[in-house]
Design a protein around this ligand. Structure first.
Ligand code: FE2
Length: 267
C-alpha cells in the first residue's frame, strides 16, 4: 500500500467536503504539522483538547482531525502557559499533526448539516443556502426536511433528544402540527429567518440568543436547542468513517468529552 501522508488526507477531505465551502472567516486545513509527514493512524475529535491529544497518543495516532480549529484568531506568540500555546506544545511534543475540517464539513453538500438532519429523522432533505458566490454547487448552510409523521413542538423535542441520545434538549414554542423542520449545526441562531422562509415550522440548532428566541417565536417558529458539542459530536462519527473510506488508514474517535453535560431543572 502506498504511503499516506498529511497531504493525502487533506486531499481526501477536500474531495468529500471541499475546503472551498469553509466560510471566509474560518481557519480550516492544516493547522499544526507538515504536509509530507507519513500518517500511521488518525484520531477524529470535535476539539483539540489536552485529553484528546493524550487519547490520540495512547491510540498510536500521529494525526488529529478536529472540527473546531485549535488556532482560530491570528497569534503573535506561542506562550506555553496559555491554553492554545499548551495545545500547540503538546501536539509538537508528541509529533501530532492537526487538521481542521470545520465549516467546510458543516456546509458542503454531503457534510455535517446533511448528516445531522438525517440522524434526527428528517427526510426529503434540501439545502438552505446563503448567497455565497463561486461555489461548485449550493452550500448546505442549513437543511430543511420533512418528518415522517407530524408532531407538536414538545414531541419533536423528545424525539430529537432520543434520536441523538442527547443528555438534554430545550424547546420553545407550541406548534401543534410540525411536519417541516430546519437544522443547522453549531451556533446557527442567525439562520432562523432563512429557516422560516424555507417553510420550516421548527428550527433545530445550538446556542440560541435571547433576541433570536424572542423574534423567532413572535414569527411563529418553534425552536429546539441542543448542546453545541453533543450535536456536533454526533457528526464526528460520519467524518471519521469518510476519512477511513477515502484514505484507508485506521481512524479512531477520541471525542465525546461532553457526553456528561447535564442540565438539571429544579422546581
Ligand atoms: Fe461548532
Amino acid at each position: 500500500m502506498s504511503t499516506v501522508t498529511i497531504e493525502k488526507i487533506l486531499k481526501a477531505i477536500d474531495s468529500f467536503s471541499p475546503f472551498c465551502y469553509a466560510y471566509e472567516w474560518d481557519n480550516c486545513g492544516l493547522i499544526i504539522g507538515s504536509r509530507d509527514r507519513e500518517v500511521r493512524k488518525i484520531a477524529v475529535s470535535l476539539d483539540l483538547g489536552i485529553k484528546s491529544v493524550e487519547k490520540a497518543v495512547q491510540e498510536g495516532c500521529n494525526c488529529i482531525v478536529t472540527h473546531h480549529p485549535p488556532v482560530f484568531h491570528p497569534i503573535k506568540k506561542i506562550d506555553f502557559s496559555s491554553y492554545t500555546g499548551k495545545l500547540i506544545e503538546k501536539a509538537i511534543q508528541f509529533g501530532i499533526n492537526v487538521i481542521a475540517a470545520h465549516t467546510n464539513w458543516d456546509t458542503s453538500p454531503n457534510g455535517g448539516n446533511k448528516f445531522l438532519a438525517s440522524q434526527l429523522g428528517l427526510v426529503e432533505l434540501e439545502p438552505i443556502s446563503l448567497p455565497r458566490p463561486n461555489l461548485p454547487s449550493p452550500s448546505w448552510d442549513g437543511v430543511i426536511g420533512k418528518l415522517k409523521f407530524p408532531v407538536n413542538t414538545e414531541a419533536l423535542a423528545e424525539e430529537i433528544k432520543a434520536r441523538g441520545s442527547f443528555s438534554w434538549v430545550k424547546y420553545y414554542g407550541d406548534c401543534p402540527n410540525i411536519s417541516t423542520v430546519a437544522v443547522c449545526e453549531g451556533a446557527g441562531g442567525d439562520l432562523w429567518q432563512e429557516a422560516l422562509r424555507a417553510g420550516a415550522s421548527a428550527f433545530v440548532t445550538a446556542e440560541l440568543k435571547h433576541h433570536q428566541i424572542q423574534e423567532a417565536l413572535d414569527a411563529g417558529l418553534s425552536l429546539i436547542e441542543l448542546s453545541h458539542a453533543q450535536m456536533e459530536d454526533l457528526t464526528m462519527q460520519a467524518l471519521a468513517e469518510k476519512i477511513k473510506a477515502y484514505v484507508g488508514v485506521d481512524v479512531v474517535l477520541v471525542t465525546g468529552a461532553f457526553k456528561e453535560e447535564k442540565i438539571i431543572y429544579k422546581r
